[in-house]
Write a protein that binds this ligand. Structure first.
Ligand code: GDP
Ligand code: ZN
Length: 459
């Protein structure tokens, strides 16, 4: 067997605390720690101590004590990565933790890539795909909301729900297949009557997952935001203020489904993905440039539309047109240039757009806090709770569930039309397969196992 490379990294605590953990995983984990650790008790090699034991001592850089630590020794395969794993609990703060990592890297480990521990856990069969993705989401979590959602997915709530739905489906497929095989001993009469309520229940569960999927996406990826407004009302200025209010723009990420650029902006723990369809940053005349129909389309796909108006000028036909566009959307109207004498009132705008209207000044940086608070109220307060809901945060999962759902609807059709039972099986298996993609499990082995275990024993 090939030797696995030994990797090391800092597993950062989610809250800031004085303790840092350096994790080492791989075939050489124990020899690496032996090179730098001096236990208080008699010096034993770490490979020789029992698994899952904690050892108190010092990390030594040659003759210097670097830190007083606890070393946790865990032997394969009962570890997160299923490899030999050592965790060094350091107490000297962030800087010391980094120094210890450096020392570890000098002593035979290489620096772990982001997510590499999790990748190993997945490759070694320790966690399923949904859980691995949740960990990756966690690593990439943009804000606290996203964090909580990843944590609950990680605990396996999505996987668990999907598994239970799959289990249900599989049971019935297995029964039908077995009964078709052995009609003398197994009853199939009116099996649709048995199956119908099951499908109904499962579909309801899936509907709930799908209904929450958008919330989940918002939580993990940010609020998809489109800024609309005539030329010169202050869109670019606003964007600059928003960007400036956060130390850095996180990234420019290429849109996943279309070739638009999204600019990620964080204000007060909220992530906005500003969809820059017409290059607000570089060009003027957004509406003119992208045209009203494109604007409409952009607005339709957005979670939030921000309509910027120059409040120092009278409203004109273009403003009215945009106002009409956004009536049915989650939107916020910003009456910009409120530092000047204003010609547009909050009231009339509220009536026109049916939205939250805020007076701001991009130039004077007024009203931006309120803007953030309003978004917070619209998207997060009361509407989303983390404790009892299972969120699908991942586009791939959403797709798979949709496809599975359609297949189950086909089964319902077949039952209604009194089609033969083997028709049910085809669509049930499609649904089962789609759901399996979420947790990375293949169809065939399961089915074989299930049939042989449950119904065909001893045959
Ligand atoms: P855009 O075409 O919508 O992107 O508008 P810009 O951001 O390029 O701004 C157009 C003009 O309005 C610039 O001269 C800005 O300095 C000015 N401007 C933007 N916001 C404000 C504001 O809040 N108050 C005032 N007085 N001027 C502003
Ligand atoms: Zn501009």
């Amino acid at each position: 067997m090939n030797k696995t490379e030994t990797i090391a990294g800092i597993s950062t605590a989610m809250y800031s605390s004085g303790i840092g953990i350096v994790r080492i995983s791989g075939d050489d984990a124990f020899s690496v720690i032996d090179r730098i650790f001096k236990p208080i008790k008699k010096s034993k090699k770490m490979a020789e101590v029992p698994s899952h034991t904690i050892h108190y001592g010092f990390i030594m850089n040659e003759d210097d004590i670097l830190d007083e630590v606890l070393v946790l020794v865990m032997k394969a395969p009962h570890t997160y990565t299923r490899e030999n794993t050592v965790e060094i609990d350091c107490h000297g703060g962030v800087l010391v933790t980094k120094k210890i990592l450096e020392l570890v890297l000098k002593s035979g480990a290489r620096s772990a890539d982001p997510g590499e521990f999790t990748k190993r856990a997945f490759l070694n069969g320790r966690i399923d795909l949904a859980q691995a993705e949740a960990v990756m989401d966690l690593i990439n979590a943009e804000n606290e909301f996203a964090m909580s959602s990843s944590v609950s997915q990680l605990r396996g709530s999505v996987s668990e729900k999907i598994r239970s739905i799959r289990g249900e489906i599989l049971y019935h497929v297995a029964y039908i297949e077995a009964a078709l095989d052995d009609p003398e001993h197994m009853e199939l009469d009116n099996y649709g009557d048995t199956l119908s309520p099951v499908i109904e229940k499962v579909c309801a569960d899936m509907e709930e997952l799908l209904a929450n999927a958008d919330n989940g996406r918002i939580l993990s990826e940010g609020i998809r935001t489109v800024i609309l407004g005539k030329p010169n009302v202050g869109k670019s200025s606003l964007l600059n203020v928003l960007v400036g209010s956060e130390r850095a723009i996180v990234t420019d990420i290429a849109g996943t489904t279309r070739d638009t650029l999204e600019e990620k902006i964080r204000i007060k723990d909220i992530s906005l993905n500003i969809v820059d369809t017409a290059g607000i940053r570089n060009t003027e005349d957004v509406i003119e440039k992208i045209g009203v129909s494109r604007a409409k389309e952009n607005a339709r796909e957005a979670d939030l539309v921000v309509f910027v108006v120059d409040a120092s000028r009278e409203l004109d036909a273009d403003d009215m047109e945009i106002a009409g566009l956004i009536r049915e959307k989650k939107s916020i109207v910003l009456l910009n240039k409120s530092d000047l004498e204003t010609k547009v009132t909050k009231c009339e705008m509220e009536e026109l757009t049916n939205s939250n209207v805020l007076e701001v000044s991009a130039k004077e940086n007024i009203g931006i806090e309120k803007f953030a608070d309003t978004i917070n109220e619209m998207f997060y307060q009361g509407e989303i709770s983390f404790n009892n809901q299972v969120f699908i945060t991942n586009v791939r999962h959403k797709e798979a569930i949709s496809l599975a759902y359609e297949s189950l609807k086909m089964v319902e059709e077949s039952i209604k039309k009194k089609m033969p039972e083997d028709f049910y099986c085809v669509d049930l298996m499609n649904a089962y397969g789609e759901l399996g993609r979420i947790i990375g499990e293949s169809v065939d082995e399961d089915l074989v196992d299930e049939i042989f275990c449950k119904f065909c024993m001893g045959k």
